[in-house]
Design a protein around this ligand. Structure first.
Ligand code: MF3
Ligand code: CO
Ligand code: CO
Length: 258
């Protein structure tokens, strides 16, 4: 969901500081949310918890009101891939695969990250699915180096998906971030390497593999937001925000906290 064709912003050092601070807040809220995703808790209760957590951390949801999005967070359970609207009647059970996507605004900057947890610690298949999606995310991150192209990230993610025969959702993509939630470029989770815009130091990117255990086909629920797999199989979503650096490895702006 970025604006194709827009110029890709190169953040100034001061803007990178802002992105760093917002990313850190987003990571902190995500950590708290993942810990709170326990059996018996509704996704609405989790969303309420996020509002409190954000307010104690001095940030606020960037999701709420975005294109009229009605909640603080996106919580997508099992066959839901992304953009799950929290619901009172959706109560987490042991073994549920819960993708939590947190986007915050802090002092004028945006931090965006997501993680999938298995409620209650997990069945084998769910945990393996999460680990392998994280592997794809790491591969994408490793490709986010100055001089590479956006397609190198896309391809690196897709290679891992193919290795495990996951479905790769195509309708939604990663994106630039930091000043607006969605900036150029779009970063698909598939496609050839060596194509697309050249990565430059100061670019801030969200890489976010969205994988399925069956077909990659998706549909949007009548609520207008929740994206689910067409075949009802489970999905996994992992996201981190990073800055492309002058030399070497990207800087993770949403560090995974424990
Ligand atoms: N966090 C999402 C992303 O990764 C966007 C949230 S959509 C909203 O791009 F409607 F909830 F804001
Ligand atoms: Co997100
Ligand atoms: Co994102």
């Amino acid at each position: 969901m970025s604006r194709k064709g827009d110029v890709i912003r190169i953040k100034t050092p001061a803007q990178l500081d802002g992105c760093r601070a917002a990313g850190r807040k987003a990571a902190e809220v995500l950590r708290l949310m993942c810990d709170a995703a326990r059996p018996g808790v509704s996704t609405k209760a989790l969303d309420d918890f996020a509002r409190d957590a954000m307010s104690s951390l001095g940030c606020r949801s960037a999701d709420f009101g975005y294109c009229n999005y009605p909640a603080q967070t996106c919580i997508s359970v099992n066959e839901a891939v992304i953009h799950g609207i929290p619901r009172q009647d959706l109560v987490l059970r042991e073994g549920d695969l819960v993708s939590i996507d947190i986007t915050v605004e802090y002092e004028g900057f945006v931090g965006d990250n997501a993680h999938t947890v298995v409620v209650g610690g997990g069945d084998g298949e769910g945990s393996l699915f999460v680990e392998r999606t994280e592997e794809a995310l790491r591969a994408g991150i490793a490709a986010a180096r100055a001089g590479n192209r956006v397609g190198d990230i896309s391809h690196a993610v897709e290679v891992v998906a193919n290795k495990y025969r996951f479905g790769v959702v195509r309708e939604y993509v990663g994106h630039g971030c930091g000043i607006d939630m969605h900036e150029a470029p779009e970063i698909p989770n598939y496609g050839p390497s060596g194509r697309g815009p050249v990565l430059k130091p100061g670019m801030v990117l969200c890489i976010e593999p969205m994988f399925t255990l069956g077909s990659r086909r998706i549909k949007v629920l009548p609520d207008g937001w929740t994206v689910v797999t067409a075949d009802g199989r489970r999905a996994c979503h992992e996201e981190q925000m990073l800055a492309v650096t002058e030399s070497g490895d990207p800087e993770i702006l949403t560090p995974r906290l424990r």
